[in-house]
Design a protein around this ligand. Structure first.
Ligand SMILES: *Cc1c(COP(=O)(O)O)cnc(C)c1O
Length: 389
């Protein structure tokens, strides 16, 4: 038997998480062993050393999104950042109003947090996007009320990869004195983010979708934003907004993975796009394949297709040689609320999300295209058999 060209399964689920880049691992290791100090210890060099590393990483994270270092608050990931941003800002502004606006296609870390705020007495309007996954700006503007204090719209959707027009949404919010929170967990390293010009007040970031470790993230809080109500109480770290001993090794990892992302974006994004486009061309040549979400306003590495054949969910559940997502990884395999929302309550059947990453090779993409094409054709052939109704 000839040697396999690639090792299987091929990992094509880079929007669920990414491997930690070996360069990032290398940077993290000393902070677990010899350089183990608590960054809050101010009376000896162990503490000073760790503090300096934390602040250098803060600078690196800030640089990727063109913010200043003082505007970055460390958290455990985008879930916590979303919780802190939404609860912290809603509560801080409660005296002014209790109406919040967001979108049905947000990540559950936003949707569930908003549901909790509803229980606390806030009113939430969740807008339905258009069939291409993008928000209709006129519809958005008409949902805003005098008592609206906070809007939350994600930059890049984790399932269909569409990129919302955050500049326009932010301008509408700014004109009415409404705070804008943006979940950018899927955007870093894929889309240029310039917070000096983007009218965004709060932005959630995470390391593990950008070749960094799991369990570390950040919240950007624009200078001048009303003080967020803390959700984690304790030693008053992070200017009182988020207590807890800083995880130096994780923070160093996030700084390094964001630094690399910034440095390599210009060459990496076109490479990812070429690989994704190859898959897109090949798969959409099959007449039973439909693409979900806008193909223009979309990140370079995401393809989300529906196989428009009845009863092929078994085939999709058994794609053993490629690791893709048949529903959002964060939903434990349930029906996609994102696809339901863009198709007006009807879920798109048999959806497959393919997300290409830094460590995928052209050989792997060729293999995956051939493999998926064969699987889909097998399904089609079965449907064409006389017994199929
Ligand atoms: C992954 C993801 C999250 C959750 O991030 P964690 O760092 O895993 O908590 C939130 N929002 C979006 C859009 C995501 O893709």
């Amino acid at each position: 038997m000839p040697a396999l060209p690639v090792s299987l399964p091929v990992y094509l689920d880079n929007s669920a998480t990414t491997p930690v880049d070996p360069r990032v691992v290398e940077k993290m290791l000393p902070w677990l062993t010899s350089r183990f100090g608590n960054p809050a210890s101010s009376s000896h060099s162990f503490g000073h050393d760790a503090r300096a590393a934390v602040e250098a990483a803060r600078g690196a994270v800030a640089r990727l999104v063109n913010a200043s270092a003082q505007e970055i608050i460390w958290t455990s990931g985008a879930t916590e950042s979303n919780n802190l941003a939404l609860k912290g800002a809603a509560q801080a502004c409660a005296a002014r109003g209790r109406h919040l606006v967001s979108v049905q296609t947000e990540h559950n870390a936003v949707l569930d947090t908003l549901r909790d705020l509803e229980k606390q007495g806030y009113t939430v309007t969740l807008l339905a996007p258009q069939t291409n996954g993008l928000l209709d700006l006129a519809q958005f503007e008409s949902a805003l009320r005098p008592d609206t204090t906070l809007v939350s719209v994600m930059m890049v959707n984790n399932e269909i990869g569409v990129v919302q027009d955050i500049a326009a949404i932010g301008a509408i919010c700014r004109a009415r004195g409404i705070l804008l929170h943006v979940d950018a967990a899927q955007a870093t390293g894929k889309v240029a983010i310039d917070l000096k010009t983007l009218p965004v007040d709060l932005m959630s970031l995470t390391a593990h979708k950008t070749y960094g470790p799991k369990g570390i993230g950040a919240l950007y809080v624009r200078k001048g934003t009303p003080a967020l109500a803390p959700q984690m109480h304790g030693g008053g770290h992070e200017r009182g907004m988020r207590s807890g001993t800083l995880a130096t090794h994780q923070i160093v990892g996030m700084g390094e993975c964001f630094r690399i992302a910034g440095e390599e974006m210009a060459t990496e994004v076109p490479r990812l796009r070429a690989l994704r486009d190859k898959l897109h061309r090949g798969l959409s040549a099959l007449d039973c394949v439909r693409v979900n979400g806008d193909m223009q306003q979309r990140i370079a590495n995401n393809l989300n297709i529906s196989v428009m054949l009845p009863d092929c969910d078994q085939m999709i559940a058994m794609l053993t040689d490629v690791a893709v997502s048949s529903a959002s990884a964060c939903m434990g395999g349930g029906a996609s609320h994102v696809l339901q929302s863009i198709y007006g309550g009807q879920a798109a059947p048999n959806a497959i999300r393919i997300t290409v990453g830094r460590f995928n090779t052209e050989e792997e993409i060729d293999f995956a295209l051939d493999y998926l094409t064969r699987k889909i054709r097998e399904c089609q052939a079965r449907k064409a058999a006389p017994a199929a109704a």
